[in-house]
Write a protein that binds this ligand. Sequence first.
Ligand code: B12
Ligand code: SF4
Length: 453
Amino acid sequence: MNKLDKIAFIMPRGAVYRYKTGAFGKLIRYAPLTLPALVSLIPKEMNIECEVYDEGIEVVDATKIDADLICISSITGASSRAYRYAEYFRGRGKPVVIGGVHATLCPDEAAQHADSIQVGLGIEIFPQMLRDFRAGKMQPLYKARSDLCYAKFPLPRRDIYASKKMRFITVNSVQATYGCRNKCAFCCTPYSSPGYCHRPIEDVVEEIRQIPSKNFVFVDPSPIEDGYAKELFKAMIPLKKHWASPMTIRIGEDRELLELAVKAGLKGVLVGFETVSQQTLNSIRKGFNSANRFYNAVQLLHDHDVAIMGCFVFGLDSDDKACFDRTLEFVHKANIDIPRFTVNTAYPGTPHYEEMKRQNRIIETDWSMYDCQHVILKPAQMSVDELQEGHFRAWKEAYRIGNAVKRLACSRSFLAYSITSNIAYRMYADNLPRFTRDVMCDYSDIPQLAISN
Ligand code: B12
Ligand code: SF4
């Protein structure tokens, strides 16, 4: 039997996203659902106290954390820090569990740093692991079943952020669907989840109804990839909420779906356009999108007062040095309300990563650099410096005051949010170049201890 009166959850963040020292301001920082969902899964009868430490909203002092079990959640870009925290706590004799998207994609690696790892959603395996831990028989690996039941989730414990909720723009994150039907070569969603799964519509509606605010965000990869979305949106209309969500650009190509979404309160979408070149879209297995329809789709969204956060990738293999200006031209012409740029990044577990490895083009192995803002691959048609500099220049150019004012004046969609986001992303764009490799891979704030056997 093990004592399990208290768990400490730690969510490390990459340097750009860290509280105070990062570049990702409060105006664009919403709460991930990860820790509220995990805490809600702790069986009540186990009577376990929880402490939650999220580096996105606080400076974490590991020496002050004391708990019977340390649970670390990390995405790829935060995994080097996750491992350092794990080493420190194991050095203090504290058992460590690591879960999240990176442990799901790289279980063998994560297992070297933890007493137990969790692969996939925690829905069944997290409570099981806690029971096993208390019984003194925790297993080294817990893997979610591929036929999980998505009904009757406990309500996420958003109250864990109560004392720090002002550090987020919202803590009201909701997820209705998991995985994605598409299989874009660079994206880890299809390779870290078992297909495209839905929660029952009545569960999602009831969860949204209970949110004590008019506004919330979906964190689904794209909830509109099949007929589920239309039924969900119909059921959401009476709730009279306002919301934003990631979605493919299909939302701007299916008028009936868009009208239902707007009636249900849609105010903003995050769309991964990735590129304005059809050849490049095809090369990344995103050829189901048509670049020549992007402009009209954006206009349709704007006509329905929906603001667009548009994401673009630079340095894909068919991108030459003209990709920066070509993309900016589209951003300006279409008045993309909140443009965001990334550089070609290969995440482990994806076909893209395997291909880049095969071609011996991966030039960076510290996961902290895998935040999509730093070049980690040899580009095909430009140098590493040209890609990095072109990327920073695109951010700067898009957020020049004149450009931001022009697009906001033209679009007028969800204006208050678009204005504050533009201010926050302008600061982000100005700050990005100071996140050099030395800053990104500096772990000196995490204490070091040798692992005791
Ligand atoms: C919120 C969010 C963010 C937030 C915070 C992320 C963070 N944790 O630091 C912000 C805005 C900062 C962000 C930034 C970025 N993000 Co992001 N983000 C998300 C998003 C939309 C929602 C996360 C969430 O709430 N999920 C819902 C919860 C319930 O699921 P979950 O996190 O997987 O948790 C469950 C299980 O994994 C497991 N679990 C998780 N942790 C643990 C821990 C333990 C101990 C246990 C037992 C179980 C467990 O149980 C949980 C409950 O079932 C996801 C997409 C998604 N839907 O997951 C992308 C996602 C995590 N982001 C991603 C990416 C690529 C980025 C960016 C590069 C974006 C960009 N283009 O610039 C940056 C990178 C930042 C960095 N430094 O690396 C990728 C991750 C890729 C990877 N391999 O790491 C995702 C998966 C989207 C995607 N498909 O591309 N992101
Ligand atoms: S990029 Fe978007 S559409 Fe493509 S697989 Fe990922 S979530 Fe699905």
